[in-house]
Design a protein around this ligand. Sequence first.
Ligand SMILES: [Zn+2]
Length: 375
Amino acid sequence: MGSAGALPWERKQAHAQQTQEQQNLLLKARAHGIAVSEKAPDVSLADACTEFLEEIRQQRTAKTIAQYTTALDYFQASCPRVNLHAIDRQHLMRFMVFLAEQKHLAPRTIWTKVAIVVQMLKANGITNLLKRRDWPRFVEKVPQAYIAEELRRFFAACDQRERVLFEFFLGTGLREKEVQYATWKDIDFQENTARVTAKARWGFIPKTWEEREVLIPDHLVESLRCHKAAANPDCPWIFPSANGCVSYHFLSECKRIAWRAKLNCGTCHTKQGHCHRGPYCANWFLHKFRATYATNQLRAGTDIRTLQVWMGHKDLASTMRYLKAGYGKDLLAKVNEAFALVTRHEGQGSQEGNTSADAASVLPPSDQSGASFPP
Ligand SMILES: [Zn+2]
């Protein structure tokens, strides 16, 4: 394929490689005693950011572009009028302080913004400025998963179409966008698989630029078969909007079902309103189905590498997060049972007694994680 037909990221990659090769040449020349000018190419940070955003614009969603733009704007604000090749570790460290003190951002958000800047620098052949310990530390939140009883009530409140839709979310672990763009062609009814494929025509590209395939349970295949029989044969989408287009209403559907099923927590307050007044509960969201899928897979003994592929995670660490969410009512029952023996023996004669919650809280973390999954 000629360079004219190359995708933007391929060009970028070629550019980074070229920069790297130039640096290697420079080093080699110096090693042979050849005098070479130290002067780096004169590129302003502003130009480099603009060019990088131009590339991003061609491959990412509007939301991502906005996120990248903000991060790079902030970076330029923290070190104005600087030459790209003059940027060093100090600039990045100052950027972090700027984000914390001027923008009042949390460590998690600072981490993301720094990662975007590092990505821009890498695209320009500038790497390894930050040491591992330089990165902001933050507490990784445990992903939330639905418990079986919640799901039972949720599905009981679904109509036929809603039931298939959310069985699909739960049975494939696909991201919201991946479900929006899922077509009948992506389902293999013989092999029990759903594929996540690029739909360039519609501007859909899988998140990590990789297509993938997941195994789906029999009951979901059956539900999809019925759903297909009733579907418009001219519509490519599995879950289209009422007028046959890509649907953008899955989240509000999810919240409406939870409201109907009386599953709102009753205490949270979201932008849309108080959750005891309508379908606004913050505990009901689409990604939670994906987290529940991951948790269920791990608890069923699916090995983490396989799950990483199914989830479409670029790194194993993302998949590992779901190990933490593996606690449910059945595990709690086991913990209670184990400690009931202890409390029965020790608690004899004691009026106070230990509650199971107290007992669980003294369980060392390593025991908790070790107990939940087969090796
Ligand atoms: Zn709520």
